[in-house]
Design a protein around this ligand. Structure first.
Ligand code: HEC
Ligand code: HEC
Ligand code: HEC
Ligand code: HEC
Length: 182
């Protein structure tokens, strides 16, 4: 009897946590413009400005260049800007379903902030950002990632048609956007 009671309680708990997990909102990609207002001052490191000046911000536009058109033609692709074979590495969250993309998500952002930091809808609020910074907010439940150099080779690898040998430390220096200390 006693055990049956405990079992029932545990099953109820398990069922409840499934309901809670299903009800929890899923993060959506919101686009780099949504990060801009808080990450463009020099005093805070201007992550937005550094990214905007990097090739990552132009990665979608690149797919319309004469070089891209030539590569696409050779591979039998009609339009590189519409082909998964190119978009998978040239835009943010290509494999995510449409429901994971907010209205403000733009292909034109190319390889945006959220490629490396996770879809931003649940963590872009000031309160959550500060808590993440302070380490008091669980990153996973809001879809946040700190940024990780080990992620670079998911795109910088020989399956890129224009692959150039990739040295992660050298490459990282070109896109680094640290927040000044103090
Ligand atoms: C409302 C303002 C605001 C918006 C919008 C915002 N952030 Fe932040 N973000 C902050 C603040 C405040 C911090 C804490 C560090 C600081 O004071 O510089 C921070 C910290 C971060 C950090 C470092 C966290 C850490 O561990 O220190 C990352 C990465 C980051 N933001 C990425 C983003 C991305 C990507 C977006 C857009 C999806 C975004 N932020 C939108 C205010 C914002
Ligand atoms: C989602 C795929 C993707 C990820 C992840 C990614 N990149 Fe890139 N990266 C690209 C694409 C695509 C370009 C080329 C954009 C263009 O030229 O239009 C590029 C270009 C670059 C360039 C410029 C190369 C040059 O020839 O000047 C550097 C540097 C770079 N990436 C560094 C990094 C680093 C460091 C990381 C990891 C922290 C990283 N990238 C993660 C897709 C990615
Ligand atoms: C596996 C990921 C990946 C795929 C798939 C991919 N690219 Fe890229 N692309 C990159 C990366 C990373 C760079 C930047 C560094 C490099 O060229 O190695 C890049 C750079 C480029 C450049 C600029 C080269 C330069 O010299 O500046 C062009 C053009 C390009 N890609 C076109 C395409 C086209 C067209 C497709 C689809 C047929 C495609 N890419 C598919 C990852 C990819
Ligand atoms: C290609 C991947 C990539 C892109 C794109 C990217 N970041 Fe980062 N970001 C990183 C990595 C890697 C780190 C370093 C994490 C660490 O220190 O361990 C980082 C760190 C940060 C930090 C913390 C800096 C510090 O000194 O604590 C902030 C803030 C930040 N990114 C904001 C942004 C914003 C805003 C954008 C877009 C405008 C963006 N990032 C685009 C990979 C990226």
């Amino acid at each position: 009897m006693k055990y049956a009671g405990i079992r029932t309680a545990m099953l109820t708990l398990a069922a409840l946590s499934v309901v809670i997990a299903l009800a929890a909102p899923s993060p959506q990609y919101v686009g780099a413009e949504k990060c801009k207002m808080c990450h463009m001052s020099k005093a805070k490191g201007d992550a937005y400005g550094i990214w905007k000046a990097s090739k990552h911000a132009a990665a979608f536009a690149t797919l319309a260049s004469p070089e891209s058109q030539a590569i696409a033609k050779k591979m039998g692709i009609a339009d590189a800007q519409k082909s998964a074979q190119c978009l998978q590495c040239h835009v943010t969250g290509h494999s995510a379903p449409p429901s994971a993309k907010a209205a403000s998500y733009k292909l034109a952002d190319g390889v945006g902030c959220e490629t490396c930091h996770g879809a931003g809808s649940l963590y872009k609020e000031m309160k959550v950002m500060r808590a993440l910074h302070a380490g008091t907010q669980d990153a996973k439940t809001v879809g946040y990632r700190k940024g990780d150099k080990r992620q670079c080779v998911s795109c910088h690898n020989p399956s890129s048609p224009t692959y150039k040998p990739f040295n992660v430390e050298e490459a990282y220096k070109k896109i680094a956007h640290p927040t000044p200390k103090g």
